[in-house]
Write a protein that binds this ligand. Structure first.
Ligand code: ADP
Ligand code: MG
Length: 361
């Protein structure tokens, strides 16, 4: 089992990092928390940029730190992408990329120049200088440069936070592609719920230098004791697979994974092959509840569900209802008035009417 086992203790004047546990060393794991919660410090400990005496780090069974044994940063098979791309201004993009590539002996290279350049859409930039690219394009170069060092683990520290909204939108699909097309595990630091929801498979919630909770994305987003379920944008992310297409209506049906009830969702058409894994985001405020299956309605997605829990929302007149739709959870935000009228309570069987779904990849 590939994993990252860690036990870090680091004391600063007015901050201490105390984290211990195990993370999956696969897919995208997001370290999420407010500014100052210790995300960057945690990442720096993993990179060996903080010595953190008395700490321990074992990656895929290999000891990177334990007792007096401390593997230097340059010996760790990691790539690091920072908030702002630190490219060499006097070198063209091609030379910037070759810089990382040439550091690795040919026999140890696991990725090819010709794979990485199209993966990040850099074909037309190779002859340009960094100042001739937009911020988002430069960040794509920084990611490619990190990949070309053939890392076994990619560390990304708020790689989108210095970008404007448009550049963020431009770069997100490349990150999704990176996730889909390479098996490289990524630790991704972010304070943006939106990015986390789009990218992360696994989530680590940081608060005050410690880990408040960690787990699979769907289970953390829908937990009543965590702040994510109280946001205006509270949502659930469902893992699904493409089941069929209906070209006449320009829609695609996706089957919800591990769903005992064999439930399907209708989403806008997406040209993916059958069985292709996708993520579907459903906002709590887009889900209403009914006691009967509505036939005469324009809502396409109606799922039988069981009430797991009813808990307070961030608004005095609404509550959040957590629903089990056969293995995975979604949230529904309804008024307290509806809660009373419909007698919503634990274990009640209801129909979740989903007004809108977003297919993420
Ligand atoms: P985050 O990345 O979650 O915003 P950081 O890990 O950067 O948080 O910072 C955690 C805490 O450590 C903050 O209170 C910050 O002010 C403090 N800190 C960060 N770097 C240093 C440093 N080099 N020296 C002293 N304190 C620091
Ligand atoms: Mg930080």
């Amino acid at each position: 089992m590939s994993s990252i086992e860690f036990d870090f203790h680091l004391r600063r004047e007015d901050f201490s990092l105390e984290v211990r546990g195990e993370l999956p060393n696969q897919g995208i794991t997001a370290l999420f928390g407010t500014s100052g919660s210790g995300k960057t410090t945690f990442l720096r400990c993993i990179a060996g940029l903080e010595r953190a005496e008395g700490s321990k780090l074992i990656v895929n069974g290999q000891t990177w730190q334990s007792g007096s044994n401390f593997m230097a940063t340059h010996q760790r098979p990691i790539g690091y992408v920072f908030q702002e791309a630190s490219l060499f201004a006097h070198l063209k993009i091609r030379q910037n990329l070759e810089y990382g590539w040439k550091r690795i002996p040919a026999a140890q290279r696991k990725v090819d120049f010709d794979e990485v350049i199209p993966l990040l859409g850099l074909e037309n930039f190779l002859k340009r200088y960094p100042h001739q690219l937009s911020g988002g394009q430069r960040q794509r170069v920084a990611i490619a440069r990190a990949l070309l060092t053939s890392p076994e683990l990619l560390l990304m520290d708020e790689p989108l936070s210095a970008l404007d909204l448009e550049s963020k939108q431009d770069i997100l699909p490349y990150l999704e592609r990176l996730h889909d097309e390479s098996s490289l595990p990524i630790l991704y630091v972010s304070h943006s719920p939106d990015e986390v929801v789009r990218l992360a498979d696994h989530l680590v919630l940081m608060e005050n230098g410690s880990i408040q909770a960690q787990g699979e994305i769907n289970s953390l987003l829908t937990r009543s004791d965590l702040s994510l379920s109280k946001l205006d944008e509270a949502s659930a992310v469902l893992k699904c697979r493409v089941a069929s297409h209906d070209p006449q209506y320009h829609v695609t049906y996706v089957a919800i994974d591990d769903c005992g009830l064999n439930q399907k969702l209708l989403v806008p058409f997406k040209d993916f092959p059958m069985q292709h894994p996708v993520r579907v985001r459903i906002l709590a405020r887009d889900v209403s509840l009914a006691m009967q299956m509505q036939e005469q309605t324009s809502i396409s997605n109606i799922l039988p569900a069981r009430v797991v829990e009813v808990f307070p929302s961030n608004s005095p007149f609404q509550v959040i209802v957590k629903l089990d739709i056969g293995g995975q959870f979604i949230l529904s935000k309804i008024t307290k008035r509806s809660e009373a009228l419909l007698k919503i309570e634990k274990d009640k069987l209801v129909y979740a009417q989903v007004k809108s779904v977003a297919l993420m990849r």
